[in-house]
Design a protein around this ligand. Structure first.
Ligand code: NAP
Length: 311
């Protein structure tokens, strides 16, 4: 679907997870790659698979939170290829401990900010400078649904970092718009990767996440990849400073029901919005009381015996 022949794409966090999948997709679309993360051996394996598509894949290991590492990665990439057309700012860490905000330790808070926000800034600044000199380039930051809202998972460091990254997307998108460099972000909902596997699969939270997602399922890495490639490509040539949510409708919802919606059962003659959705929670007692609908609307009010009593 996409053609990245002759383009050089730098992907951070490419050793596993979403970044690994992005690498294969860009390689398949003809791109040359600069792959970075801390795990050099894993990166080498990813690069080998990428090169089977015919392009080149350069591995330069480094930590995104270390400024000199970032400069070394960008410098090495430019030395090898002479240009960087696309930056995918994907490296990130979360925190699965579920520590409440009022107990959250500064050490972890700062660490998440250093990787998810400051690391992305280092890469955007370094690649952006080069792209501005050439007057062309595209940056895609990987944010999250938690960039534009909170949830009950107790991830204050992560939401703060991703919210910052989203606003940085807007700022850079505006600041570089008239100099040929586009900056956008993709905000995935929950996708099973190394980051989320313990929570989603081992603890079974995937069913709960699915229950509160309008599409009633978690997402696939390929669905995020499609959005990333679109924004990175020239098909998005008039799009900058935009956050593309890939979240099954989560962000559009004002809180999605976890029990079957009552209006599905009100009208048995012309059923509304049929669904195969199975509730995660058992129906509470009050639900039984409401099953007939709203008194006076869905069934007649009982006959009044007389005027209402005055206090
Ligand atoms: P993942 O499976 O844990 O992969 C994270 C990647 O980032 C790995 O390649 C890791 O490689 C790299 N990384 C971590 N710390 C790094 C550091 N200090 N320096 C350089 N690289 C580092 O996570 P993922 O699910 O693929 O997440 C990718 C991005 O999507 C993240 O920004 C995440 O916040 C975002 N996201 C994910 C989800 C989801 O449900 N999975 C949802 C919304 C947003 P090394 O360990 O080798 O360094």
């Amino acid at each position: 679907m996409f053609d990245f022949k002759g383009k050089v794409v730098l992907i951070t966090g490419a050793s596993y997870g979403l970044g690994e999948q992005f690498a294969y997709a860009f390689a398949e679309a003809g791109a040359d790659l600069i792959l970075t993360a801390r795990s050099e051996e894993l990166l080498a394996q990813v690069a080998q698979r990428c090169e089977s598509h015919g392009g080149k894949a350069l591995v330069i290991a480094g930590d995104v939170s270390v400024e000199s590492d970032v400069e070394r990665v960008i410098g090495g990439g430019l030395e090898a290829f002479g240009r960087i057309d696309v930056l995918i700012n994907n490296a990130g860490i979360a925190d699965a401990r579920g520590v409440a905000a009022e107990q959250f330790d500064a050490e972890m808070f700062n660490r998440i900010l250093a990787v998810d926000l400051v690391g992305a800034f280092y890469f955007a600044r370094g690649c952006g400078k080069h792209m501005l000199e050439r007057g062309a380039g595209s940056i895609v930051n990987i944010c999250s649904i938690l960039a534009s809202g909170g949830n009950e998972n107790n991830v204050i460091g992560y939401t703060a970092a991703k919210g910052g990254l989203l606003n940085m997307t807007y700022q850079l998108g505006v600041e570089w718009a008239d100099r040929g460099v586009r900056v956008n972000s993709v905000s995935p909902g929950f996708i099973v990767t190394e980051m989320t596997r313990p929570m989603l699969e081992a603890m079974g939270i995937d069913r709960w996440i699915a229950s509160r997602t309008p599409m009633r399922r978690v997402g696939e890495a390929q669905e995020v990849t499609n959005a990333v490639m679109f924004l990175a490509s020239d098909l998005a040539s008039y799009i900058t400073g935009v956050d593309l949510l890939v979240d099954g409708g989560t962000n559009a919802s004002n809180g999605t029901f976890q029990i079957p919606p009552i209006h599905h059962e009100w009208n048995t003659q012309t059923p509304m919005v049929p669904t195969s959705y199975t509730p995660v929670q058992p129906r509470p007692d009050w639900y039984q009381a409401l099953e007939k609908g709203v008194p006076g609307v869905h069934y007649p009010l009982p006959e009044a015996d007389g005027p209402a009593e005055q206090d």
